[in-house]
Write a protein that binds this ligand. Structure first.
Ligand code: ZN
Length: 434
């Protein structure tokens, strides 16, 4: 094939940065820290929920656990100025460490794990796993820890001992998912001693932890023309990264006079139903928006006026048509990788998009010069859901669900088009700018 026949590459700067972001974000706590780092570079400043807020122009953000909300107050906006919110989530299905982690069987040292979210269990077999998360120290501070070396593994049973395996693998969540991490007797405290050493803190200082496993294989381009991206946690760190990059680009372009207040909201706990203080069901986003109104001298009437004009674009991964299972998809709606972001529609409100939302999304894509596609489920297949309908119901704001078409959603390693992250960020930027 001549080089002339190859498709033109997009500028891969955005996707290169996404790869770096995925690698430094093995847990929701890391995902918000890595996003904050990118926002700080364009002048955003972290503020505390326990401090009094001022209404000064510029970029601010709050972090609570694995959630981040960032906003930019442009010049000349009033307290009743509506917001443009982009929602996403920082958590991904995985295996998380149980409170008494040290366990074992038949001479093996193992780590007890709980299953977080909708994990296709087979995808976690025979992968080299690292460990990451948050340590709560006795002095009241927290410390992030990321151990990227091959440490744990859930070994699959050999085919010789399971001759029917290819008729359908059956995994018992309690018995078959416990990773090994050594050979020898079970020793209480061994795992946390190791984690403490890697984190550089005395083991006795650790009073609590939220630890989880991750595949240590780095994300990479894939395919004949490297036109795909394979990696962990694309659902939904791809959207967290795209919205962070878009907000940073809005500000880097001068911020200045904008008709709306651009906001990004990256929630935790979407994969388990969003019902937490850092999830979309909680009051975090509503409280932050309200406080920014009051900080600028606004009243509850101003808040109501602002929310009435506010629109939320909720971005989360969606399904590309699968070549080996195309009958599972809606025949008239086959989203393809690198076809641009997808608008997600479901009349039973599994997605919040309606006709008005479609028009808002189409306008943003058109302004950005970005192609887009539509996703709707096959009627015989149950449809997933996301934070869009929750945000719409919780805050009473117009909400549009969008995302990127991917294969292998929720697998330990997912797949999407390598150009789509950049296209999504372009559409999000145009949406934030109004
Ligand atoms: Zn998701």
């Amino acid at each position: 094939m001549s080089t002339a026949a190859r498709p033109a590459y997009f500028d891969r700067t955005h996707t290169d940065d996404l790869i770096a972001y995925l690698a430094t974000s093995p847990s929701p706590f890391h995902a918000v820290a890595s996003a904050a780092e990118r926002l700080e570079k364009v002048g955003f400043r972290r503020i505390s929920e326990t401090d009094a807020w001022d209404g000064a122009t510029g970029g601010r953000y709050v972090i609570r656990g694995g959630a981040l909300i960032a906003w930019y107050i442009p010049e000349g906006v009033g307290p009743q100025t509506p917001f443009r919110v982009v929602g996403s989530h920082t958590d991904s299905p995985n295996l998380r460490v149980k409170p008494v982690p040290d366990t074992g069987s038949a001479g093996w040292r193992q780590v007890a794990v709980e299953i977080y979210g909708g994990v296709p269990l087979n995808t976690w077999l025979d992968r080299d796993l690292g460990l990451s998360g948050r340590l709560a120290l006795r002095d009241g501070t927290t410390r992030l820890v990321q151990i990227d070396e091959p440490l744990l593994r859930v070994p699959q049973l050999a085919i010789h001992l399971d001759r029917q395996v290819n008729d359908g693998l059956k995994l018992d969540k309690q018995r078959h998912l416990t990773p090994i991490w050594g050979i020898g007797d079970v020793t209480e405290g061994l795992l946390m001693e190791f984690v403490a050493e890697r984190a550089g803190v005395p083991a006795g200082d650790i009073a609590g932890w939220d630890l989880m496993t991750h595949d240590v294989q780095p994300p990479s381009y894939l395919g004949r023309n490297r036109e795909m991206l394979a990696g962990p946690r694309l659902d939904n760190l791809l959207s967290v990264h795209a919205s962070t990059a878009a907000l940073a680009a809005v500000v880097a372009d001068g911020g200045g006079k904008l008709p709306y207040i651009p906001v990004i909201a990256a929630f935790d706990h979407e994969e388990t139903g969003s019902e937490s203080d850092t999830g979309a069901q909680g009051p975090l986003l509503g409280n932050v928006l309200e406080r920014t109104v009051h900080a600028r001298g606004g009243t509850s009437e101003d808040r109501a006026r602002a929310l009435a004009g506010t629109i939320c674009l909720s971005s989360d991964m969606g399904h590309a048509v699968h070549p080996n299972y195309s009958e599972r998809h809606e025949p008239g709606h086959h989203p393809m990788p690198n076809g641009g972001p997808i608008l997600k529609v479901n009349v039973n409100n599994r997605y919040a998009t309606d006709g008005i939302g479609r028009a808002v999304f189409a306008a943003a894509c058109e302004k950005a010069g970005v192609p887009w596609q539509t996703f709707v489920s096959n009627n015989a297949m149950p449809c997933g859901t996301t934070i869009g309908p929750i945000t719409a119901a919780r805050l009473g704001i117009t909400t549009v669900d969008c995302g990127i078409a991917a294969l292998s959603m929720h697998s330990a390693r997912e797949l999407c088009g390598a150009n789509d992250p950049y296209l999504l960020a372009g559409a999000i930027k145009a949406f934030l700018e109004g």
